[in-house]
Write a protein that binds this ligand. Sequence first.
Ligand code: NAD
Ligand code: LMR
Length: 339
Amino acid sequence: MVKVAVVGASGGIGQPLSLLLKLNPYVSELALYDVRLAKGVAQDLSHISTNAECRGYDKEEIGQALKGAQVVLIPAGVPRKPGMTRDDLFKINAGIVRGICSSIAQYCPSARVLVISNPVNSTVPIAAETLKAAGCFSAGNVMGVTTLDVVRAETFLADYLNASKRGGLTRQFDKTRMQKDVTVIGGHSGTTIVPVLLGSSLNAALGAEYGKFVHRVQFGGDEVVKAKEGAGSATLSMALAGYRFAEQVLRSIHRESTDPLPAFVYLPGLENGSAAQKKLKDTVDYFALPITLVDGRAAKVDSTVLDRLSAQEHQLVERAVLELSTSIQKGTGFVVGGS
Ligand code: NAD
Ligand code: LMR
């Protein structure tokens, strides 16, 4: 049984994500931490008749929330408003993520850390460098959650192919056709998001719609930000996506087989010896690729997806890498340079 902590639990993502985690049979203790309202959210969820023991922790109680946590999800920080890029959130969220990861280093240094806060392309390096500085970094433990891009890719691919959608919570809905047809690699922002079609006939099936499909996956987040008119960004679809990833981690801790979902991870710690990965690693240290989980940790990345890219997908990866290196350096420099 597993203690899971959600940091930023009272927010738009934190609340529905905590609800989904309260329903998971592998969670024995659910620690909800936020700088505001976490006790109320926990009290509310504690009335649900599942076994996870749910407790809320106030601002000063992060140590108690994190102590003994085996999995920590971080949806803490500010979301975008219309007209902003994810990078515009760096100013506030970089410090928030660094502070939380310092506490993780202190109270649960070997926890699996699932980073949701944006800009993911920088906050994951911030998390890694903070843990490195504290002497407790392990590449397999730090995973940037990019599952929402996969969920969107499945949805939009089905839309353009006029196919039915059967994605969602893997246990309930089992493996879907869409999950096998598409994955998303790269990063989590605009053109760093690279959808990859896995079925050989899909490119032809999309035909002239291919460009529109790619654009919707890359800029799906903007659609939500615009529609919410200043009240934030994706929360409900993100809660589902974050849960889908966390559920795989929990299943892996319990030695169950898992789906190869991508995550934004530190490549040098997760070698698989392939030429494609070596080439990628010469350009960027972090990249989202499908990962194999062992004991809930990223054990290796599956870079075979890089060997089967179409010419268009190759171009998308090249563009992604250019933008990613700047965001990664910005995140690393924030901790290493002490900004
Ligand atoms: P929100 O404002 O609704 O919630 C954020 C919560 O974090 C708030 O309850 C706030 O009190 C809390 N918080 C702030 N500082 C904190 C700290 N130091 N410790 C603990 N909690 C703290 O925002 P949201 O819509 O839930 O989004 C949260 C973050 O997730 C944003 O940065 C957003 O851009 C990001 N996001 C990422 C993805 C993704 O795919 N990875 C998707 C959607 C949103
Ligand atoms: C998303 O992809 O929906 C999130 O990263 C939130 C955002 O700012 O778009």
